[in-house]
Each structure stands twice: as structure tokens, then as C-alpha cells.
Design a protein around this ligand. Structure first.
Ligand SMILES: Nc1ncnc2c1ncn2[C@@H]1O[C@H](COP(=O)(O)OP(=O)(O)OP(=O)(O)O)[C@@H](O)[C@H]1O
Ligand SMILES: [Mg+2]
Length: 263
């Protein structure tokens, strides 16, 4: 018989046994995402990323979600929290599809390959020697033309906005530098937006002015990095207007409506 007292205690203390890195990698191998593990390349609070080789001998990066530890109940990223394992499996699938959308929109992102269990696999940005460095890893002396890197970052934001996406964590920690090109990674928090604020309940699209706020936050984390490291200063509003392009009219209209409603 199930020991109800034990189950209740476990639920309160939220002692869910976390999948170890080894267990998670063994599962990714079982699920066919990779055949050989090279090295762990990223270890964060929510996920870890491993560099490996898949059955086609391609260099891959496999991102695996760790257990979501929370007592919060309700909707997380559009999924009802049935079990914590179901949630992290949903995260891997969600990020795979956002990555796929951006790849299809021809943005410089890794090509996503597959998802299974708590992981998804994608093209390794890098080569047999290993993964490319993050912008945050670059040393000032190593870079010939930092303003070219900044221009590339701004163009990515602009192309993403045209594809109706905002990244939400667009910083030097999620931008890779490989063969003189900037690549973006880490898409779980990226959002697809509508060209108006009125979105129907349950829609996967976020309202336009919410996307605009996220974009402003992204610019606010990107520009100070270039100022700090390379002493490059650009006009924030000029860049913002460049990134939003023709969508500016629609944003202004929605912002005006908000003022009318609140006054
Ligand atoms: N496709 C890839 N090619 C090369 N390196 C990658 C790739 N994807 C991820 N990485 C490396 O793994 C790290 C973590 O990836 P990501 O940013 O997607 O996860 P995260 O959840 O933010 O984890 P962290 O908290 O460690 O940053 C990155 O900082 C990067 O160095
Ligand atoms: Mg990251």
C-alpha cells in the first residue's frame, strides 16, 4: 500500500530526486540524440549543455533541462504542471520549436536537430576543436573590429523583430563568436508576438507592446557591454528605432490607445 504520510511529506518538502548529469546523458544517448559525449560545455541552474557527436558524425550540442524545483502550481510556459518531469520535457520541446522557427526565418542560430525526453540537440557552433566562445569570453585584444560585432548584434535584433520574435535574454552570455559571425542561442524565454495588443486568450502570441518592452530590455543589456568592453557608444533611441523599423507605427498606435484608456 502507498504510504500516504510519506507521499505528503515528500510533496511538502518537494524532495524530488534530481536527474544526475550521467543519467540525463545516458538517456540522451538512448533516445538517439548523440552517440558520443565529448565534453560538458555549459552548466547552469536550469539546464546543462553537452558537446557530442551524433549518429551522422555531426558535432552536436545537446541541451538538457534539469528538474524544475518549485512548490508553485499552475501554468508554466503554457503547460499545466502535472509532474515536474512533464514540465522539463515540455521545456526541451518548446525551445526546440522556437529555435526551429528562428532557423527557418534564416537567423544566425544553430540548426535544431531533434528533441527527446528532457533534451534537444542542435548544431554545434564551433568545430572538431570545440565550441565557439561567447562574446563574454572574448578578450578586448583579440578583437579587430568591435563595431562590426555590435552592428551584427543590432542586425540580428532587427531581423528577429521582423520575424516577430523577441529574445528576452539577448546578452553577451547568449551570443557566440564563430568565423567572424555572431550566433544567438538560448531560446526558451524567446517570444513570438502579434502586431497588435489585442490577442485572444490562450494565444501563443504576446501583445505587441509587451514585445516592445522586452526588446528595450534586451537593448539595455547589450549596449552597456559594448560600452564597457570596447568603449563604443551608440544612441539608444536611434538603435531602437532602427530595430523596430516599420513596426514603429503600430507600436505608437497601441501606446496611444493605452494612454487614452488610462486617462
Ligand atoms: N549550439 C551551441 N554551440 C556551441 N555552444 C553552445 C551551443 N548551445 C549552448 N552552448 C554553450 O552552452 C552554454 C549554455 O547554453 P544556454 O545559454 O543555451 O543555456 P543556459 O540555460 O543559459 O545555461 P547557462 O545558465 O549555463 O547559461 C552557452 O553559454 C554556450 O557556451
Ligand atoms: Mg544562456
Amino acid at each position: 500500500m502507498i504510504n500516504r504520510e510519506y507521499l505528503e511529506k515528500r510533496d511538502i518538502n518537494n524532495e524530488i530526486s534530481e536527474l544526475s548529469t550521467q543519467e540525463a546523458l545516458a538517456e540522451a544517448i538512448e533516445n538517439g540524440l548523440l552517440v558520443e559525449v565529448q565534453q560538458l560545455i555549459g552548466q547552469g541552474k536550469e539546464a546543462f549543455v553537452c558537446w557530442g557527436i551524433d549518429k551522422y558524425q555531426q558535432q552536436v550540442a545537446v541541451k538538457t533541462y534539469k528538474l524544475y524545483r518549485t512548490t508553485h502550481r499552475g501554468i508554466i510556459h503554457g503547460t499545466y504542471r502535472t509532474s515536474p518531469y512533464a514540465v522539463i520535457a515540455q521545456f526541451a520541446k518548446l525551445e526546440y520549436y522556437k529555435n526551429l522557427d528562428l532557423h527557418e526565418a534564416r537567423l544566425p542560430v544553430p540548426q535544431p536537430y531533434n528533441y527527446a525526453g528532457f533534451s534537444y540537440s542542435m548544431q554545434l557552433i564551433g568545430d572538431e576543436e570545440g565550441p565557439a566562445p561567447l562574446l563574454s569570453d572574448l578578450s578586448k585584444n583579440f578583437i579587430d573590429d568591435p563595431s562590426d560585432i555590435l552592428e551584427q548584434c543590432i542586425d540580428i535584433l532587427s531581423d528577429m523583430f521582423k520575424a516577430r520574435y523577441v529574445h528576452g535574454d539577448f546578452s553577451e552570455h547568449n551570443l557566440l563568436w564563430y568565423e567572424d559571425q555572431v550566433y544567438v542561442i538560448d531560446f526558451l524565454q524567446a517570444k513570438n508576438f502579434a502586431l497588435k495588443d489585442a490577442v485572444r486568450y490562450g494565444s501563443p502570441l504576446i501583445p505587441l507592446t509587451r514585445a516592445y518592452r522586452i526588446l528595450k530590455k534586451d537593448l539595455n543589456s547589450l549596449l552597456p557591454f559594448f560600452k564597457r568592453l570596447f568603449r563604443i557608444e551608440v544612441d539608444y533611441n536611434e538603435v531602437l528605432n532602427y530595430v523596430i523599423g516599420d513596426i514603429k507605427e503600430k507600436i505608437d498606435k497601441e501606446l496611444e490607445l493605452q494612454v487614452e484608456v488610462s486617462s
